[in-house]
Ligand binder design. Structure first.
Ligand code: SF4
Length: 377
């Protein structure tokens, strides 16, 4: 079983921290959706007739699309792909797009999961980040989606924001838990090079929070959400029982996926490829049947490194049987040798066939994963 990701790059305006591929050129939307449908058709054999278990429309801002765009995309998807009846079909949405009429329109399509980019309920911080919505709009959007029948809602939060304190983060978490969404993703703000936020930091107009506070915020996140009944199933992801993001879990468990649209990535088990991150070049490439993408064949060591990074992120951890059968004795011994100090320091633990991060290990997950990676001499 496989997944399909569709990248919708249009945003009404750019948030200052964002380094995703997105554009404010909404005048190109019709042409882009035509190209996206054409790409879905051109690449219908990429997944070799595997059944589609998840479809994810991400961005950018998919909630900038109109009804005719969703009609075209779903017609193409259901015409060329075998999509399971119980497939998870997610749309990412911006709270201020989610007016009752827009939500009702979405309900006419097969979406059964909605992921809302809330980030924080603090209006002053939302305005610094140049998000389009405020806290009131986020709350109204959430309840309107519930009322319209969305029974599986994920919200995105960010922490480590400029001016953040333990108290402001606690307030965000309290509000999030009150909404009781099925799924919460929480990411630490990253100052990505080249973004307006990065420049503001360079000019000393915003300050990055210190390391100790970062650790405290992460600790607070884990404790608050666990106490509220959420499972911490991946470093940045929490859910109510059985409400995992099936789409994202498929990335972490090595399933194949097709990514269509500008900048979208695809993976078929032996290679990965990514489309050009340019609206015009993407569209003309598809229109001329000369898609503009790069491709990397994955050798054993790259696949081993991917396996370490993706599997250790999750609460299920890394299967030792998969490690041995998929990568051979040499890499198995290499991994166990490097994991042993972490097992002794209780930052990794073995449970049955699985090696996984301990509660302590989650805080240093990057360095543990990097210790286990294969590095050429
Ligand atoms: S809405 Fe999302 S994709 Fe668009 S600029 Fe903001 S963070 Fe980036």
């Amino acid at each position: 079983m496989a997944g399909i990701y569709l990248h919708i790059p249009f945003c009404k305006r750019r948030c200052i921290y964002c380094d995703f591929f997105s554009t404010t050129q909404s005048g190109q939307t019709d042409r882009y959706i035509e190209a996206l449908c054409a790409e879905l058709e051109q690449r219908k054999d990429y997944l070799e007739d595997e059944e589609i278990e998840t479809v994810y429309m991400g961005g950018g801002t998919p909630s900038q699309l109109q009804e005719k765009h969703f009609e075209a995309l779903f017609d193409t998807l259901y015409h060329h792909y075998s999509i399971r009846l119980d497939a998870e079909i997610t749309i990412e949405a911006n709270p201020d797009d989610l007016h009752p009429t827009y939500i009702r329109m979405l309900r006419h399509f097969p979406f059964n999961r909605l992921s809302m980019g809330i980030q924080t309920f603090n209006d002053a911080t939302l305005s610094v980040l140049q998000r389009r919505h405020n806290a009131r709009q986020a709350l109204e959007a959430f309840w309107n989606c519930r009322e319209a029948g969305f029974g599986n809602i994920s919200i995105d939060l960010m922490y480590g924001l400029p001016g953040e304190t333990l108290a402001t983060w606690q307030a965000d978490l309290k509000q999030a838990v009150t909404l009781h969404p099925e799924h919460i993703s929480a990411y630490h703000l990253i100052y990505e090079e080249g973004t307006p936020l990065w420049k503001l930091r360079e000019q000393h107009r915003v300050n990055e929070i210190d390391e100790d506070l970062s650790v405290n915020l992460f600790t607070e996140l884990i404790h608050t959400l666990k106490n509220a009944g959420y499972e911490h199933y991946e470093i940045s992801n929490f859910c109510l029982p059985d409400k995992y993001s099936r789409h994202n879990s498929s990335y972490w468990t090595g399933k194949t996926y097709l990514g269509c649209g500008a900048s979208a990535h695809s993976y078929n088990g032996t290679s990965r490829q990514w489309n050009i991150a340019s609206l015009e070049k993407y569209i003309t490439g598809i229109e001329n049947h000369k898609p503009d993408f790069e491709k990397e064949e994955l050798d054993l060591y790259t696949r081993y490194n991917d396996f370490i990074i993706t599997s250790l992120r999750t609460m299920w951890g890394m299967s030792l049987t998969r490690l041995k059968t998929g990568f051979g004795e040499k890499l198995y011994d290499y991994c166990i040798h490097l994991a042993t100090p972490h097992l002794q320091q209780h930052t990794l633990q073995q449970t049955g066939d699985f090696l996984k991060l301990t509660e302590q290990g989650i805080f240093i997950s990057d360095s543990i994963m990097s210790d286990l990676l294969w590095v050429e001499d």
